[in-house]
Design a protein around this ligand. Structure first.
Ligand code: ADP
Ligand code: MG
Length: 396
């Protein structure tokens, strides 16, 4: 259960409702058409609910990183895609705030939907400028945040506007907070964290928050080499953060004190280059990494051990690929972990942008309980931090 109010808890009929959605979708590089509509689909339950309950729905999002009013980053193609998915007309407005927008909104009827222009056309947005927040608020009677992917940013449309309007959560934020919140506060045990990815420094916060809660931590990815080096292994040319060796040692010590088993790879795949052009590729034990090669994946023995721990868990949080999964040659470890997750009889959560794309790419996307739609936002959530875009919403 989430302790924040949602659109179910307030009266929306006849109200002008400003909804911050995450329509920051990937675009085709030449036509600027929407290349992947996942994020638009994720917002549909909230939009449909508001339409069916007689709200006047005013959608707002950012798209890309415009420097000024970039014509290629206008929301027109997003509006078209949304119209297609909804099967209802969506009024695309040419501005985000101001009198023209207010006038258009005034003509809306119950059940209508409009989409404002890219909110980042205004530099005030990212500065969380109170004047700009106020202008956004003037368009509506109620504010709904449903953009989990930007909830870790305190911008005008994600947080600032809530100073001037009653603010509640949409269904996507409700789902993210409920699923991940339960795992963090009341997980079914055994509770396992699987962590990988590029850098220890990106994941220290997550490790420290999860350490007191989990039964075991499995560490793969480039991150593992910093831990291995801290234990005295030579790691060849593998990615290591030398300034984090102390932190790694500290984490291993804490895990031991708490009785949390911290698993590191026992074998790794090494190569002459960390991409598909590699000509030397082999599996070695962690004690035998050649000086001139780079660790690019966990080895099969490690994958087997990790998978064994995972399939017996009741709650698993996975963040960070086990290897350079972008390369065909080095995705076996990540694939094995994704497959193990798909066999868990319990709750399985995937957080982090690359991990989410890895599990989809590997074909196990529909076999886990939850893939977070927020990259950075899910990491901050797993760090136990309160996200500014959620903090501003009304408590139940
Ligand atoms: P997420 O986005 O899921 O939080 P990260 O951004 O932390 O994940 O890490 C993903 C990146 O880590 C990928 O680009 C992957 O290639 C890289 N990576 C994983 N293992 C290694 C490795 N052994 N060496 C270099 N890069 C690695
Ligand atoms: Mg990433």
């Amino acid at each position: 259960m989430m302790h924040k109010k949602t659109i179910r808890d307030v009266d929306v009929k006849g109200k002008r409702v400003l909804v911050r959605v995450d329509f920051n979708v990937p675009l085709d590089k030449t036509t600027f058409a929407v290349k992947d509509d996942t994020r638009i689909k994720e917002a549909l339950p909230t939009i449909k609910y508001l339409m069916e309950h007689g709200a006047k729905t005013i959608l707002v999002s950012h798209l890309g990183r415009p420097k000024g009013k970039d014509q290629n980053l206008k929301m027109d193609n997003v509006a078209k895609k949304l119209e297609e998915l909804l099967g209802k007309p969506v009024m695309k407005l040419d501005d985000t705030v101001g009198d023209a927008v207010k006038g258009a909104v005034a003509k809306m009827k119950e059940g209508d939907v409009c989409l404002l222009e890219n909110v980042r056309f205004y530099p005030e947005e990212e500065k969380n400028d109170p004047e700009f927040s106020k202008k956004l608020a003037e368009l509506a009677d109620l504010y709904v945040n449903d953009a989990f992917g930007t909830a870790h940013r305190a911008h005008s449309s994600t947080a600032g506007v809530a100073q001037f309007l009653p603010a509640v959560a949409g269904f996507l934020i409700e789902k993210e907070v409920t699923v991940m919140g339960k795992a963090l506060s009341n997980p079914e045990k055994p509770f396992i964290a699987v962590l990988g990815g590029a850098k220890v420094s990106d994941k220290i916060g997550v490790i420290e928050n999860l350490l007191p809660k989990v039964n075991a931590i499995l560490i793969g990815g480039a991150m593992a080499f910093t831990f291995l080096k801290a234990k005295g292994y030579t790691v060849g040319k593998s990615l290591v953060e030398d300034d984090k060796l102390g932190v790694a040692t500290e984490i291993m010590k804490k895990a031991e004190e708490k009785g949390v088993k911290l698993h590191l790879p026992v074998d790794v795949v090494v190569a002459d280059k960390p991409d598909d052009t590699a000509t030397v590729v082999k599996t070695v034990k962690v004690g035998e990494i050649p000086a001139d090669l780079v660790g690019v994946d966990i080895g099969p023995e490690t994958a087997k051990i990790f998978s064994g721990v995972i399939v017996n868990a009741k709650t698993v949080i996975w963040n960070g690929p086990m290897g350079v999964f972008e390369a065909k040659k080095f995705r076996e470890g990540t694939r094995a972990i994704a497959e193990a997750l798909s066999k868990v009889k319990g709750t399985t959560i995937v957080g982090g942008g690359d991990s989410a794309s890895a599990i989809q790419k590997l074909g196990f996307g529909d076999k886990v309980s939850h893939i977070s739609t927020g990259g950075g936002a899910s990491l901050e959530f797993l760090e136990g931090r309160e996200l500014p875009g959620i903090a501003v919403l009304q408590n139940k």
